[in-house]
Unconditional design. Structure first.
Length: 94
């Protein structure tokens, strides 16, 4: 038997989400977490030039927005500060 969960949409309304939708959302979140982790490790552990590091970060953002369209604000709130801090520490950017 499939379970249903109420969730709020972008306009403040509620929508019923099925277990399958929740599993799909969780899978997408996990994929994004893995990609972000890989990119952060690649930047941190290699001698990547700053320009290439920024390109990797931009590609990661595009990947996130493909998974979660219209969630640009959430990405900028959650992941952008992490990347900014990493670039600051590694490349001494002020």
């Amino acid at each position: 038997m499939e379970k249903f969960v109420l969730k709020t949409d972008e306009r403040g309304g509620t929508k019923v989400a099925t277990e399958a939708e929740i599993r799909d959302e969780n899978r997408k979140v996990r994929r994004l977490q893995i990609v972000v982790s890989l990119v952060m490790n690649a930047i941190c552990q290699t001698d990547l030039p700053l320009k290439e590091a920024r390109e990797l970060i931009a590609s990661t953002r595009q990947f996130a927005l493909q998974l979660f369209p219209d969630k640009e604000f959430a990405y900028d709130l959650i992941y952008q500060p992490r990347f900014r801090r990493l670039l600051s520490e590694k490349y001494r950017i002020v």
